[in-house]
Design a protein around this ligand. Structure first.
Ligand SMILES: *Cc1c(COP(=O)(O)O)cnc(C)c1O
Length: 451
């Protein structure tokens, strides 16, 4: 039995790939670097990276006893408060330097909770970033509010603060900046605008666990912050989320809202219950999350080191450019992204560049599309509810305004992104990434000619 378990553990660790090796401190032998002049793999040359990449998510056998304890207790729901979900809330708040945290079923439900508590209501408008996971749009629509898009700054991939004020109307209730890819938004000007116009600020920090802006962590920079622990995220539990903040009264309201509106702390609503829903996290999820705090801290450090190394290398290659970061900020790189200029690659399109990278063994892609053109918002504003809530002229002007998002259009066309797990690999693997970009650059004229 024991040797079976050990063998199982070994196979699993081996299968988890180089992330597990890195975790154990084992390094793979560096591969001999391919000469830049070699033919690209897409043109029949040998691929640069053959070793695969770390798998995600990972788990440790040491997490199993805690999960089993939950299973055997029969106490699986967090409706009564406390338990492992309570421990997680305390621990996560401490980890990011917030006073309080309310754990939720997902990042989506965290956003709905936070916006409801900050007073976003049917017929309101919310200014947010168009360059984000679709849940940011959808949560605003769920509240029957209109997601109004600020433009994206192509140098940072986040909301351009200079584009916010012209979009404020008498219906605007809140700003939802998104720290996309773990890149902190420039929060000072955003908060200044919000204060001037009496708007709430709800951070979508669903990709920004431990990211920092001017010495404070994302999720503590506005009125409330929202996190996701979905399977792909840096601290995953299958599904899961959290709302964070410093004001007890707001967090009591969040706790009440996500627990069917039950009176919580100082918040009693109109009696025992107020409006709310069931957005609770389970103790199983909290157990897995509690096991990952140290892992998150260590892996964040590793991603940062490898991202800095890539940025320094890319800066020296014509046609690719690392992102600009707000002053005194530290991203956490849910994707490692950079800007791509086809003009400096003999017209090689961004998508073909990505295909050539893929052929070299380095998966990458373009990131988010111009999702406002995909029909979701047309469907929403054509619905009976939105037609009732907003004047027809407003909805028409709203639809037309998507064409003004020139910065975002550029971002959607020219960004290249690589998933976070690549940053958990070894330094020699980062050299493979840089070698591949150099090789494609050197052969871009030939690559641009093939279909
Ligand atoms: C993942 C994510 C969400 C939604 O989180 P879920 O846990 O998947 O519901 C929202 N916003 C952004 C930016 C995300 O990346």
């Amino acid at each position: 039995m024991k040797s079976n378990l050990t063998r199982r553990a070994f196979v699993r660790t081996a299968a988890a790939g180089s992330a597990a090796l890195a975790w154990l401190g084992v390094r793979r032998a560096p591969r001999v670097l391919a000469a830049e002049s070699d033919k690209p793999a897409l043109l029949g040359g040998t691929r640069i990276h053959t070793g695969g990449w770390p798998k995600w998510p990972e788990w440790r056998e040491s997490w199993e006893p805690e999960i089993l304890k939950v299973l055997r207790s029969g106490d699986w729901s967090s409706s009564g408060g406390g338990g492992l979900v309570g421990d997680f809330e305390t621990g996560y708040a401490k980890l990011i330097g917030a006073k309080r945290c309310v754990a939720t079923a997902s990042g989506t439900t965290a956003l709905i909770t936070a916006m409801h508590v900050m007073g976003v209501d049917a017929g309101d408008e919310v200014i947010t970033s168009p360059f984000t996971f679709i849940a940011t749009y959808n949560t605003i629509l769920m509240l029957k509010a209109l997601p109004v898009f600020a433009d994206t700054d192509p140098a940072t991939l986040t909301m351009d603060p200079a584009s916010i004020e012209s979009r404020i109307t008498e219906r605007t209730r809140a700003i939802v900046p998104v720290h996309i890819y773990g890149l902190p938004c420039d929060m000072d000007p955003i908060n200044t605008i919000a204060k001037k116009h009496n708007l709430a600020v709800i951070e979508d920090a669903c990709q920004a666990w431990l990211a920092e802006y001017k010495g404070r962590k994302c999720g503590t920079l506005g009125d409330l912050g929202c996190f996701s622990f979905q399977n792909s995220k840096h601290i995953p539990s299958g599904e899961g989320g959290a709302v964070t903040g410093d004001r007890e009264e707001l967090l009591d309201r969040c706790a009440a809202f996500h627990n069917c509106g039950r009176a919580t702390g100082t918040f009693h609503g109109s009696g025992c219950f107020s409006r709310g829903s069931n957005f609770r996290m389970q103790h199983f999820q909290a157990s897995i999350l509690l096991s990952q705090f140290d892992k998150l801290v260590q892996e964040t450090q590793r991603r940062r080191e490898n991202a800095d190394y890539l940025s320094a290398g890319l800066k020296e290659i014509p046609g690719v450019q690392p992102l600009r970061l707000p002053e005194n900020s530290r991203p956490v790189w849910h994707l490692y992204a950079f800007r791509y200029d086809p003009a400096q690659f003999h017209g090689l399109s961004r998508d073909k560049f990505c295909r050539a990278m893929g052929a070299e063994g380095i998966p990458c892609g373009g990131g988010y599309r111009e999702q406002y053109n995909d029909g979701l918002l047309d469907e929403a504003i054509a619905s009976r509810g939105f037609q009732r809530l907003f004047p027809a002229e407003r909805l028409k002007a709203y639809r037309d305004s998507f064409q003004e998002l020139k910065g975002n259009q550029q971002v959607c066309e020219t960004t290249v992104g690589m998933f976070q797990t690549l940053l958990l690999a070894d330094r020699s693997d980062m050299d493979h990434i840089l070698d591949a970009v150099r090789r494609i650059q050197a052969h871009s004229a030939a690559l641009a000619k093939v279909a």
